[in-house]
Design a protein around this ligand. Sequence first.
Ligand code: PLP
Length: 457
Amino acid sequence: MLDTTRTTAPYEELLERNRRYLWNPFTQMKGYLDSEPVIVERAEGVRLVDVEGRSYYDGNSSMWLNVHGHRKAELDRAISEQLERVAHSTLLGQGNVPALELAERLVEIVPPGLGKVFYSDSGSEAVEIALKLAVGYWRRLGRPEKRVLVSMRNAYHGDTVGAVSVGGIDLFHSEFEPLLFPTRKVTYPYAYRFDGSQEECAAACLAELEQDLDAHGSETAAVVVEPIVQAAAGMVTMPPGFLRELASLCRAHEVLLVCDEVAVGFGRTGPMFACEHEDVTPDLMTVGKGITGGYLPLAATFTTDAIYDAFLGEHEDLRTFYHGHSYTGNQLACAAALASLELFERDALLDRVAASSEIVRSRLAHLTALPHVGEIRQRGLMIGIELVRDRATKETFDWKLAVGQRVCRRARELGMITRPLGDVVTFVPPLATEDSDLDAMLDILEQAVVEGTEGVV
Ligand code: PLP
């Protein structure tokens, strides 16, 4: 008989395994292994517990994923009930029950006009699919010259080669240049770093896009954008009205709009989808992360019926979309996503997000008086605190000082895990965080910002 009980090895032994065998993502292994990394053993609600029994608030929702907290009974149950039926069967040329039920539910809640869903396993893949669909759409319409993508400076859409091609963070992306296909870049409105008002910043960025599309619209397939918050760039928030204007520029130039909601979808910025802030329906929309409540890998690309229809035809018409992954439409993940959507409704979670966002806003307001807090940016429960050497001049810290990391390290000592984006400290709590936990997390965040920047010059 197979022994399925598992006992946890002591910390030092696990760390040694990490040293010998495991290469962590987005991680400089040298510094990581020397930094007494947290090794998570279990979780409860909005807390992660390490192998030595220390508990930490999950202050970035385990990389912007977690929605209802960990070990949520309803989600656990939905997955185990699905396990009693089947864990996985392919979606290539056949269906499965939870994938179909979820597709219907999703199409009911995404911005109107997005009528079809194509599943994948990660946000990066959802983006790859959107890019291929955009280019493939124009080709099938007999306009193959419309094949160039426009994307934003400082964008992050994932780490696969297509997603990196439309990305724009030099630190992550520039070394892969030889692998990337050419795209055109325009500027995302980063008002804090613009010499002028927020309105002037928005107008300048829109004028730049318009000029680009006036000149090159006829060869452009799509504009790709992170709506409302350019997350990995440092939680850069769009000025009001910008997305709507951008969408109408795309329409006027016969260019598709791809909105990447992988980070901002599923209530993170307030409404279910960030596009709703501005009543925009893109032609293609990508989601991932929070779709399963942060439980299992699942992502999706939504398209309009017009795009779907362009790919319809007889076998010999050669219109098929040749793209798919082994685990596309995985039943366990779809069952988790269905249960998560039920919890959104049952718990009126978007109302809670609205209330929690206000708590965060009022609690953090006074931090702007601190000498090293340049700007606090927030949409819903996505928060970025930009730290600067000098608040008056907005001068940045020397990057080698890694001030963002210092603050997050201090937060960890105080009992909360989060990650910096350069010198922007992020706070992205699980959406269902109770007020008392939210207060405790904010106490830690505040103390970490104060103490982590003290004496740094
Ligand atoms: N798109 C955006 C806007 C993201 O923020 C991310 C990840 O942070 C991705 C795509 C990539 O998603 P994944 O890490 O699931 O591949």
